[in-house]
Design a protein around this ligand. Sequence first.
Ligand code: NAD
Length: 342
Amino acid sequence: MNKEKSCILVTGGAGFIGSNFIRYYLTKYPHAQILNVDKLTYAGSTANLDGSEANENYHFIQGDITDEEVVEQLFSDYSIDGIIHFAAESHVDRSIEDASSFIDTNVKGTMILLQAAKRAWEENGKLRTARFHQISTDEVYGSLDHNDKFNEQTPYNPRNPYSASKAGANFLVKSFGSTYGMNIVISSSSNNYGPRQHVEKLIPKIISNALNHQQIPIYGDGRNVRDWLFVEDHCRALDLIYHHGEAMESYNVGGGNEMTNIDLAARICEILDERYPVQKGNLTSFKELITYTEDRPGHDRRYAVDDTKLRETLGWQPIVDMEKGLQQTVEWYGNQWIVLNH
Ligand code: NAD
């Protein structure tokens, strides 16, 4: 990587969405430089970026965004003129067990990045032009019961420690925009799915448990609804928002695919049945492995986002329909599973 040439700092780029984004971005913009800083927690893996090390426009640094010295060093060593901030503790269940790492990374880490960026960009005169893009979630809005949807004006109403930490981080980002005039933008997306997601999350867990003939746990009555967004469609939205989103604005990104968890699990099992017919004892379909478990405390019932603003102002729309996205996702995890087990 050419340290004199400007680069985008991507945080958390060894995780699910960050790694998909880096792959997308380096392919779309062959002359752009990306510096990826990631702590490599249990959720991150450099394997998610296999092949990228050969790209001279990409550089990986293992580092913790809650460490002020590490972050300051990045700004003194590289010519960073934009940040896309994915790094986070991201699993709701873990936040319910212990919120401390969520406050450290999601709130304090965001503050350290903001302060370092402010100092560096004030010094080089880029404070009002260099972009700080905060990656957020629709979970900051809380839970929906009826047919309405969250829009960008919906007040934040986080209901678990993960979403509270993300809401706190968003407020900090906004405050650096209004207090210091930083060029900030926030995007809040619905649940992503696709390749390279950690196996603790719903879709990879369904696929992996099924292929290993283990029970597929579904919380409560399985009627919780999520609006699923294929990760590459999210990457396309982030590209537009990073480059063309208005400073100080927030943009919702939705998939337009509302589905209950139980319907989702059943559909994935059907796809698996077609691709990898079950060969185990009395089992005739992977669906027989689905098991209802005690509900998650404070489990939000329904999320759905209204992304009209993104569609109308930046011309985005998802291009991968849910059936095609699920087929592709099952195929990707199936291939991983075959490699691991043969
Ligand atoms: P992930 O858990 O897969 O990846 C997070 C990455 O951040 C990992 O690589 C991890 O090692 C890294 N990280 C964690 N703590 C760090 C620290 N202190 N310093 C540096 N790196 C650290 O998460 P994801 O699903 O890819 O989510 C990325 C972002 O998108 C998060 O901010 C999340 O809140 C948001 N988001 C996710 C979804 C979703 O469906 N996955 C939906 C909406 C928003």
